[in-house]
Design a protein around this ligand. Structure first.
Ligand SMILES: CNc1nc2c(CCNCC3CCCCC3)c3nc(N)[nH]c(=O)c3cc2[nH]1
Length: 373
């Protein structure tokens, strides 16, 4: 393991990139899918299982952990890795996005965000400095700047205001983060669906010489083609030799198309959240296991999978568990979906390594379109 944070761009195939992030706690093979943890767990999963599916890194949940049990308590308990027994890299978001989407936002100004806890109604203020302090108390390996993500549609004026404030917050986060060799602080490109704002944000962040760059402000309700267009406008403005992280994305189709445009890292609640609701992602497309057609289908979701949830349990049993709202139903489908996402990422990495990503993408999409047997 390297004592510092290093990204190695190993190969490109069209716009797709094969790489590796090396950190003291481990190596992240990119393109990478990062399962989302919530309050110190990936919902309904043991972290050993998450590791078994092939995850090199998971997301911690700054917003929830700062409210309960508090970042200070996590630090007193030895940091997040020790608490949840995940010794590999952890990325944490700054918490700003979740404040906007989860809590009763009270105020947002140059100083930061003021909000009421959804846990006990207490008032909290999070500045760029406090967000970095919280992520440091969690002992997070990759920390995100505090930013303002505006929901689309929005006026160009409001998008510009939020983008410019996020740039000032990036500077403040960079100062607050200081120099932590084995860790990284990523900037977040904003700019909504306005090309010239995206370019300005990406260029300004690039000049800050950060260790990695996230593309934010997307997957907030815009059509897929708008998201992809913004990637085509933004990514050329970011340094080639640094990792790019598309926040909150996405479906398997979103991931394929974003890898094709130069994204290295993804996070999304989709596999676990939809798994809990009975939706399975498979190589033959989506399968809604609640559907009556599975009630007596003794086949597994995917007999070729190395994941027990995909290989050893019949659809009939999964159908029954989900219909009965049994916890095991959500557990097995979350496990299957995470395994499927990691299998997709492994296939992507292999295809780029062999210079056949375009074919892999076309074949994968054809198989999805063929639909379930
Ligand atoms: C789903 N779409 C989407 N997500 C976005 C997110 C959140 C990414 N996921 C974080 C995890 C969520 C579950 C708990 C743990 C953290 C965004 N985050 C930030 N900071 N800025 C965005 O523009 C930003 C934009 C996003 N768009």
């Amino acid at each position: 393991m390297s004592e510092s944070f290093q990204f190695q761009l190993k190969k490109t195939d069209g716009g797709a990139r094969l790489g590796e992030v090396s950190m003291p706690r481990g190596t992240i093979r990119t393109p990478a899918f990062m399962p989302v943890g919530t309050v110190g767990t990936v919902k309904a999963m043991y972290l050993d299982q998450v590791r078994e599916t092939g995850a090199d890194i998971i997301l911690g949940n700054t917003y929830h952990l700062m409210l309960r049990p508090t970042a200070e308590r996590v630090a007193r308990l030895g940091g997040l890795h020790q608490l949840i027994r995940w010794p590999h890299p952890i990325l944490t978001d700054s918490g700003g996005f979740q404040v906007m989407s989860l809590s009763g936002l009270r105020k947002l100004d140059e100083q930061g965000v003021t909000f009421k806890s959804h846990v006990d109604g207490s008032l909290h203020h999070m500045s760029p400095e406090r967000s970095i302090e919280i992520q440091g108390l969690l002992d997070s390996d990759i920390q995100m700047q505090l930013d303002e993500c505006v929901a689309l549609p929005a006026t160009p004026k409001d998008i510009e205001r939020a983008m410019e404030m996020s740039l000032r917050w990036a500077e403040r986060c960079k100062v607050a983060f200081g120099n932590q060799p084995g860790k990284a602080m990523f900037g977040i490109v904003q700019g909504g669906d306005v090309p010239e704002l995206r370019v300005r944000s990406a260029q300004a962040l690039s000049s800050m010489d950060l260790k990695g760059y996230a593309v934010g402000g997307l997957a907030v309700g815009e059509p897929q083609e708008v998201m992809l267009r913004m990637l085509e406008i933004t990514l050329p403005e970011l340094p080639r030799e640094k990792p790019r992280y598309l926040m909150g994305v996405g479906t398997p189709d979103d991931i394929l198309k974003s890898v094709a445009r130069g994204i290295d890292m993804f996070d999304c609640v989709m596999p676990t959240r939809s798994g809990r609701h009975g939706l399975a992602f498979t190589r033959r497309g989506k399968v809604n296991i609640r559907n009556a057609r599975h009630a007596e289908d003794m086949r597994p979701l995917d007999e070729q999978s190395s994941c027990p949830a995909s290989r050893d349990y019949s659809r009939a049993y999964l159908h029954h568990l989900v219909r009965a709202n049994e916890a095991l139903g959500g557990m097995l489908l979350s496990w299957h979906n995470l395994a499927y996402y990691q299998e997709l990422m492994q296939g992507i990495r292999q295809a780029i390594a062999e210079g056949r990503f375009a074919d892999f993408m076309a074949e994968t999409q054809e198989n999805w379109a063929r639909g379930d047997l």
